[in-house]
Design a protein around this ligand. Structure first.
Ligand code: GLV
Length: 323
């Protein structure tokens, strides 16, 4: 039987392309060109599957224009680039890449929390630019992490992994808010207390956002929430940029209303709001939450497993819809 054709939308580990090549005719993009949407749609003609990386929008218009498409496999846990109801209506399977990145992404959340609280980027820039001439008693004093209160907004797998690090590693008191409360067993496992969103912003010394991005939680953190924070508090975003109103955050940081922010994701990335890059009290990283080689390999292989499983045996490991 002739092999089915698939499109790999972005550059990926060569060994993953090789695996895919055992099962499919593969059109790849190792030059990592960001194709304009019309070109992406043109390249999808005749393809049964597509390997996406989170940046490619799959919506009703696209699935209507690609009648051969059966599966879109995202190499990301977040899938806000997918219109899942439109895909279901068109009979297209959607898959994401959960679990394999949980611990690595939680590590990054904690990295940003610590770097923000202890003003690592700002003090390093000071040193690198030759400004350090003497020790001083209050130079770059930051906020303690141990024994402080960690607030987690979004208590899914990654949120719980962040909570464990805080509770068990740093003796933090953990409060959380989530659409649905955890079971008592899970709450006990991560030693976390459920509070309202308002209470979380009032009580926490360090806040970590780990919720998925949907239309409902666009700018779920805005001026009103930031105004509730302690002046010594920090906020970290490892979810999606659109969760925070970046202008409101930048204004609060510029006015010294909160201590700092650590951001790995941005609304409109890879463009970054210039109001943020102008500030010293913010740690900025280019969406690298899951960026370790073993984790990125596991994510790519899981996306490949989904393509291979679904197109050869009608079985995907991590489907987001049922057809
Ligand atoms: C990364 O942001 C992901 O959703 O996997």
């Amino acid at each position: 039987m002739a092999k089915k054709s698939i499109l790999v939308a972005r550059a990926v580990f060569p060994e993953v392309l090789e695996r895919l090549g055992l099962h499919f005719e593969v059109e790849s993009n190792q030059a990592d060109v960001i194709w304009p949407r019309d070109e992406f749609i043109r390249r999808l003609q005749g393809k049964a599957g597509v390997f996406t990386t989170g940046g490619e929008r799959i919506d009703a218009a696209l699935v209507a224009a690609c009648p051969d498409l059966k599966i879109c496999a995202n190499m990301a846990v977040g899938y806000n680039n997918f219109d899942v109801p439109a895909m279901t209506a068109a009979g297209v399977l959607a898959t994401n890449a959960p679990d394999v990145l949980t611990e690595t992404t939680a590590d990054m959340g904690f990295t940003l929390l610590m770097a923000t609280a202890r003003r690592v980027s700002e003090s390093e820039a000071y040193l690198r630019t030759g400004q350090w001439s003497k020790w001083c008693y209050d130079m770059f004093c930051g906020a303690d992490i141990h024994g402080s209160t960690l607030g987690i907004l979004g208590m899914g797998r990654i949120g719980r992994a962040v909570a464990k690090r805080g509770a068990h590693g740093f003796g933090m008191k953990v409060v959380y808010h989530n659409r649905s409360r955890l079971t008592p067993d899970l709450e006990a496992e991560v030693n976390a207390k459920y509070v309202s969103k308002q209470e979380l912003f009032k009580q926490a010394d360090h806040i970590v956002l780990v919720l998925p991005y949907t239309a409902e939680n666009h700018h779920t953190v805005g001026a009103a929430e930031i105004a509730l924070m302690k002046p010594t508090a920090t906020i970290v975003n490892i979810g999606r940029g659109g969760l925070i109103d970046e202008d409101a955050l930048a204004a609060a940081l510029a006015a010294g209303k909160i201590l700092g922010a650590g951001l790995d994701v941005f609304e409109g990335e890879p463009k970054v709001n210039p109001a943020l890059t102008a500030l010293k009290n913010v740690v900025l990283t280019p969406h690298i939450g899951s960026a370790t080689v073993p984790t990125r390999q596991a994510m790519a292989n899981l996306a490949a497993d989904n393509l291979i499983g679904y197109l050869t045996q009608c079985q995907a490991k991590t489907p987001l819809n049922s057809l």
